[in-house]
Write a protein that binds this ligand. Structure first.
Ligand SMILES: Cc1ncc(COP(=O)(O)O)c(C=O)c1O
Length: 440
């Protein structure tokens, strides 16, 4: 069927975050997947070096998840999400709460990471309002942060190309500075030792906007989409301390780092820093059915519940919050993670991964390599006058040679499924090395 697609039949689909014209002139289509591999429309196997889009943590088309979704579709396709429920949404919430840090035991379901972010930001403002601090409305993000594409997520996000055509964005939003300074941090293995003090910029924003006007700070513990920016040692705990000092909620956007990417259930546990709210998506269902979620601290949930004796406590939700297929997929996914010990596996593989990616130091065009858990970025010197072209060309050539990597600006991001073998790590890095050596 896929082979019958021609230029005209590709036209109707307006592809997201894609150069549509280029793609449709030379399409790259996957038609099947299993475990660590995709299969292309022309029958080639492609090793997945990116877990799809940072989301297929247990590998592709895993039987227990596929079967759970099929069973659920036949048994209960949908139950209204408002004023009605179905058992699996409750079971999944309990299961997720078992993985989140100690005090974050209440889970609100969404359909995506973007919705999880908007939900979290709304909860933060409403929480303060219910406690009599309605003046706390400012939302602080960070340069180079990615929090999805909703208008609130964009407003706290810090990637210029995502923002520039859509203004004005939300008022009462501001940004911390980004944390990656190659002159101090290039080729760091794991967390860079320089830069914890960059968290102190929050003090400046407090002084500027007023201590009692800031509702929340949202950061990705490791910035993913902007090219794997690993936080300096001590940076996140310093942010936590400053938030505590001024009664500001700290939100970790763990859409990428959740579900084992760093070798712990969440980055929060990896870094030993507990936020007030966690947003998640992607790995929650191993990407099989769209789902996102927001975990909140018990006291936040209780504030809402106590504020209303009988009525609806939070005027917010989605038709598909806790959708039965997503809930079934989520339960099967979390069982699979546990049965196969995949988070521990990621932790054990991380040193091998680090060695492998840092072997690219000294390879042609490479100006930085950074890594944490099973994530890494290889930054290339931009080709003269053609920013982003070199990394994109590397992506195309790796794809043609059977390895999927991801490029963003002149950065190559790598994040394989947690079932990756050492041999496959070598294959990903070896293929990339070969491609870089021959790139102009
Ligand atoms: C940290 C972070 N937040 C939010 C999102 C948005 O998630 P979605 O694309 O599911 O809306 C992403 C997606 O990559 C992400 O990495």
């Amino acid at each position: 069927m896929a082979s019958q697609l021609n230029a005209a039949s590709l036209e109707a689909y307006w592809m997201p975050f894609t150069a549509n014209r280029q793609f449709k002139a030379r399409p790259r289509l996957f038609v099947a997947a299993r475990d660590m591999h995709y299969v292309t429309a022309d029958g080639r196997r492609v090793l997945d070096g990116t877990a799809g889009l940072w989301c297929v943590n247990a590998g592709h088309c895993r039987a227990p998840i596929v079967e759970a979704i099929a069973r659920q579709a036949a048994e209960l396709d949908y139950a209204p999400a408002f004023q009605m429920g179905h058992p699996k949404a409750f079971e999944l919430a309990e299961r997720v709460a078992g993985l989140t840090p100690d005090e974050l035991n209440h889970i609100f379901f969404t359909n995506s990471g973007s919705e999880a972010v908007d939900t979290a930001l709304k909860i933060a403002r409403a929480y303060h309002a219910l406690r009599g601090e309605a003046g706390r409305t400012w939302l602080i993000g960070r340069e180079r942060g990615y929090h999805g594409v909703g208008l609130a997520g964009l407003s706290v996000g810090g990637i210029m190309s995502n923002r520039q055509l859509f203004g004005p964005l939300l008022p009462a939003t501001d940004h911390l500075g980004q944390t990656h300074y190659p002159e101090h941090n290039a080729f760091s293995r794991g967390e860079p030792s320089w830069g914890a003090h960059l968290a102190d910029e929050l003090e400046r924003l407090v002084a500027l906007h007023g201590a009692r006007s800031i509702a929340a700070v949202i950061v990705e513990p490791v910035a993913g989409s902007a090219g794997v920016l690993v936080p300096p040692k001590g940076y996140l705990s310093r942010l936590r301390q400053i938030c505590d000092r001024y009664g500001i909620l700290l939100i970790f956007d763990e859409v990428i780092t959740g579900f084992g990417r760093l070798g712990a259930p969440f980055a929060s546990q990896f870094f030993g820093v507990q936020p007030d709210i966690i947003t998640m998506a992607k790995g929650i269902t191993n990407a099989t059915v769209p789902m996102g979620a927001v975990a909140v601290r018990d006291e936040i949930y209780e504030t809402f519940i106590q504020a209303s004796e009988t009525g609806i406590e939070l005027y917010h939700g989605y038709t598909y919050s806790g959708h039965p297929l997503a809930a079934a997929a989520g339960l099967a996914t979390l069982e699979l993670y546990e049965r196969e010990g995949l988070f521990a596996r990621a932790r054990e593989l991380a040193p091998y991964w680090e060695e492998a990616v840092h072997s690219l130091k000294g390879v042609r065009h490479v100006i930085d390599v950074r890594n944490l858990g099973l994530m890494a970025a290889v930054e290339l010197e931009p080709a003269q006058g053609r920013p982003a072209a070199r990394a994109f060309e590397a992506f195309i050539r790796c794809f043609e040679r059977g390895v999927l990597i991801r490029s963003t600006a002149d950065i190559i991001a790598l994040s394989p499924p947690l079932i990756v073998s050492r041999g496959q790590i070598d294959e990903i890095v070896g293929t990339l090395k070969g491609v870089l050596e021959e790139l102009a």
